[in-house]
Design a binder for this molecule. Structure first.
Ligand code: PLP
Length: 378
């Protein structure tokens, strides 16, 4: 009989931390609009500002740089659209919320591991640097690959362009202070770091960039995002950000678990192709494909065996398409549509990895019986 299901899809959404859930519930039970001037309003305003301080501390910026939004998607839209730049360059492996934020985005090509082509960017910015915004994600959600953000910043600043980075997947997994100093704007999402879904933030200094709001109305969020703030969500985000900032050392433990898992997968099927395996990448992420096997089939078979992982990007509509990330890196269509992503997190244990390996071994040999070693049990 199948035991408790094993969740290995932390890049899609991470389990909400108990303390963050408590903060959401506490605020929900209280009444107060942060814009009201009476006592209840002032209390609500205090909770809002406490959360702002906590998120600001995670990224090493003053609280005045934090603009709360409805999530990472809106944060990316506000940064890219709101900047009003006539030329917008985005890496080819960005999340769809960056790729589709403006109609005129131009794609920065990437190499076989998904690293941006800095020479291409340097040339592209030659003519138009001062009118340009460049958006390069710090860590990719599908493969976990990390961009050389210091070098990206150096090129972008040399040409007088603005630099935005989607740090949704990096936040809570690595320190952000250095990156924060190198970029003009960053996007965050609470639910990737143990906070609730439906809340995020743009980090931007008004002195660097005059953002035009996407949603106009009242003067909330320094006039950059109208509408009564999602105070319960924001409070949960604040608590999760504070706890995530103190939990970074988990990366080493996750690297050991992830590398062990990849070694065992490669032993079972030597043809397995791993994305960006030899490049710096998030310690929790493994993205791989076995030629001839379809991601959809694998994800469903693993789900039936009690293991939850993703095919390509889980942020899309639930349909499995060949990953645009892997295709940009030169993976052929059939290999890219076979890729699955296993993403570990704070709650992942060695026992979870064992359960994954048991399920994977069974599913793989069922789908590719011709590869089963002779004499192995049926
Ligand atoms: N950016 C990246 C890299 C993501 O992985 C995601 C979600 O998967 C988003 C942006 C969108 O964030 P949200 O779900 O908060 O809209």
């Amino acid at each position: 009989m199948m035991g408790k299901a094993t969740y290995l899809d932390h890049n899609a959404t991470a389990p909400v931390r108990r303390e963050a859930a408590d903060a959401v519930c506490d605020i929900l039970r209280l009444c107060g609009n942060p814009s009201s001037v009476h006592g209840a309003g002032r209390r609500a305003h205090g909770w809002l500002e406490t959360a702002r301080e906590r998120v600001a501390a995670l990224v090493g910026r003053p609280p005045s740089h934090v603009i709360f939004t409805s999530g990472g998607t809106e944060a990316n839209a506000l940064a890219l659209k709101g900047s009003g730049r006539s030329r917008v360059f985005v890496s080819a492996i960005e999340h769809p919320s960056v790729l589709n934020a403006v109609d005129h985005a131009e794609l920065i090509p990437v190499d076989a591991d998904g690293i941006v082509d800095l020479d291409w960017l340097d040339m592209a910015l030659e003519e138009c640097g001062r009118e340009a915004l460049v958006s390069v994600m710090a860590a990719n959600n599908e493969t976990g690959v990390l961009q050389p953000m210091g070098k990206v910043a150096e090129v972008v600043r040399r040409h007088g362009a603005l630099l935005h980075s989607d740090v949704v997947q990096l936040a809570g997994k690595a320190p952000l202070d250095k990156l924060s100093a190198q970029t003009h704007m960053m996007s965050l999402s609470a639910h990737k770091l143990g906070g609730p879904q439906g809340v995020g933030a743009v980090i931007a200094d008004e002195l660097d960039v005059a953002l035009t709001p996407l949603i106009k109305g009242g003067g909330q969020e320094r006039g950059k995002r109208a509408g009564t703030e999602n105070l319960p969500g924001i409070a949960g985000f604040g608590v999760a950000a504070e706890l995530a900032g103190s939990d970074l050392e988990d990366a080493e433990r996750l690297t050991v678990l992830r590398d062990g898992l990849e070694n065992r997968i490669a032993q079972i099927a030597s043809t397995t192709v791993f994305a960006a395996q030899d490049r710096p990448r998030l310690s929790n992420t493994s993205c791989f494909a076995v030629p001839g096997l379809k991601a959809e089939t694998l994800v469903m078979a693993l789900d039936l065996a009690g293991i939850m992982v993703s095919a390509g990007s889980a942020c899309s509509s639930g349909k499995v398409k060949a990953s645009h990330v892997l295709k940009s890196q030169g993976w052929p269509d059939d290999l890219a549509s076979g890729a699955i992503r296993v993403s570990l997190g704070r709650t992942t244990t060695e026992a979870d990895i064992e359960k994954f390996m048991d399920a994977w071994t069974e599913v793989y040999f069922r789908l590719a019986p011709e590869n089963k070693p002779e004499g192995a049990a049926a």
